[in-house]
Design a binder for this molecule. Structure first.
Ligand code: ADP
Ligand code: MG
Length: 338
C-alpha cells in the first residue's frame, strides 16, 4: 500500500477575482521512505499542493491518505507532517537547542535532551546548541530547521524550496548532506525545488506540474528521455530543448510528426554541415559550451565539446543534426516517438 496517496485533489481560491484553480484533479502516490521532487514553473501550484498535504489548506475535492487513513478533517498538528521552508522560520528568541526541542516539549527532560543532541549531530550543528538564530549562517539555520523537522519523526516531511535562499556552493553542500540524512532515516519526503540537480540528488522520482495539474511523474531520466509532451521536453534538461517544425528541417521521414525536438547534444558545428546559420550567442563554460545559431530552420542550440573551437558572435557556421538523437511531437504536442 502506498504510504501517501493523493486521490483527485483540487483547490480553487475563490477569494480572488477571477478565482484561481491552484490544484486541479491531481493524483499521485509515494511508497514508504520514498522521496519525490515537485518541479514546475512559478505559480503552478507547488506550494498549494504541499499546504493541502499538510492540512494548512482545505481540499475542495479528493482525498489525502497516509497509510490508507483519510486525513479529511484532521488538523495539521495531528497529521504527523513536518515542513521546512525556504525561510528557516526559526524562533529568533530561542537558542538552537530550544528551537530543535520545541516540537518535543511534551516529553521528559532527558528524552528531549538526548533527542536534540542526536538530531543536532545528524545535521552537524551539535556545537551550536547554545547560539541564537541571528548568530548562525544561513546554511546553519537551514540545518537547524531540518533537525527540528526530523526531531518529531514525521510520517511525511514536506520541504518547500528549502535551499533556494542559499548561495550555490552552500546549496550543493546542503543538498548532499540532506540526501544522506533522508536516505539513512528513510523519511517519506515531498519537496519542491526549481533546481533539477537538486531533484536528482534528493529524490527518486520527479513530478512536473503545470497550471495545477501533473504533466508527468517518473525518474528524472524518464522525463528527460521520454517526455510525455513538448512542455515536459522543454522544461527538463539544460539548455532547454529546441522544438522546430519538421518542415523547417526538411526531414521527409518524420511524416505526420510535425515538430522535431533537438537537445544540444544532437546538434554539432561542423565544417560542411547540412544547415547554415549565424551565431547569435555563445556560452563558453570551460568544460562545455553552447552556440545558439539562427537560420532558415529557426534557432538551434549546438553543444561545443571541450577543446572544440568556439565560434564568434555573428559568424556564419554550418550544422549537422544527429537524427538518432531527435525527438518528435504530434500536432497536439504529445511525444510521437522517433
Ligand atoms: P508555486 O508554489 O508553484 O509557485 P502556488 O501554489 O504558490 O504556486 O500558487 C498557485 C496559484 O495559486 C498562483 O496563481 C497563486 O497566485 C495562487 N494562490 C496561492 N495562494 C493563494 C491564496 N491564499 N489566495 C489566492 N490565490 C492564491
Ligand atoms: Mg511556491
Amino acid at each position: 500500500m502506498a504510504h501517501v496517496r493523493l486521490e483527485r485533489i483540487g483547490k480553487t481560491f475563490i477569494d480572488v477575482k477571477p478565482a484561481i484553480e491552484a490544484v486541479c484533479d491531481l493524483s499521485l502516490w509515494l511508497n514508504d521512505g520514498e522521496r519525490l521532487a515537485i518541479v514546475g514553473p512559478s505559480g503552478c501550484g507547488k506550494t498549494t499542493l504541499l499546504r493541502l498535504i499538510a492540512g494548512l489548506e482545505r481540499l475542495d475535492c479528493g482525498s489525502v491518505r497516509f497509510e490508507g487513513r483519510d486525513l479529511a478533517g484532521v488538523p495539521p498538528e495531528k497529521r504527523s507532517v513536518a515542513m521546512v521552508f525556504a525561510n528557516d522560520a526559526l524562533f529568533a528568541n530561542r537558542t538552537v537547542f530550544d528551537n530543535i526541542a520545541y516540537p518535543l516539549r511534551l516529553r521528559g527532560r532527558r528524552a528531549i535532551e538526548q533527542r536534540v543532541v542526536s538530531e543536532a549531530s545528524t545535521v552537524r550543528v551539535a556545537d551550536l546548541l547554545g547560539r541564537y538564530p541571528r548568530q548562525l549562517s544561513s546554511g546553519q539555520r537551514q540545518r537547524v530547521a531540518l533537525a527540528r523537522a526530523l526531531a518529531t519523526d514525521p510520517a511525511v516531511l514536506l520541504m518547500d524550496e528549502p535551499f533556494s535562499r542559499l548561495d550555490a556552493p552552500l546549496r550543493v553542500e546542503l543538498r548532499i548532506e540532506c540526501a544522506r540524512v533522508l536516505a539513512e532515516r528513510a523519511v517519506t519526503t515531498i519537496f519542491v525545488t526549481h533546481d533539477q540537480s537538486e531533484a536528482l540528488a534528493l529524490a527518486q522520482r520527479v513530478a512536473l506540474m503545470r497550471d495545477g495539474s501533473l504533466e508527468q511523474i517518473g525518474t528524472l531520466r524518464e522525463l528527460y528521455e521520454r517526455p510525455a509532451n513538448e512542455f515536459v521536453a522543454r522544461f527538463i534538461g539544460s539548455p532547454a530543448m529546441v522544438i522546430v517544425p519538421a518542415q523547417a528541417l526538411g526531414f521527409p521521414e518524420y511524416g505526420s510528426r510535425v515538430r522535431i525536438g533537438l537537445r544540444s547534444d544532437a546538434v554539432r558545428l561542423v565544417s560542411d554541415g547540412e544547415f547554415c546559420g549565424t551565431v547569435r550567442a555563445v556560452e563558453d563554460l570551460g568544460a562545455d559550451g553552447y552556440a545558439y545559431v539562427d537560420g532558415a530552420f529557426g534557432s538551434l542550440t549546438a553543444h561545443l565539446r571541450p577543446g572544440e573551437d568556439v565560434p564568434g558572435i555573428g559568424e556564419r557556421v554550418t550544422l549537422a543534426i544527429d537524427r538518432g538523437r531527435t525527438y518528435a511531437f504530434a500536432a497536439d504536442g504529445t511525444n510521437a516517438g522517433v
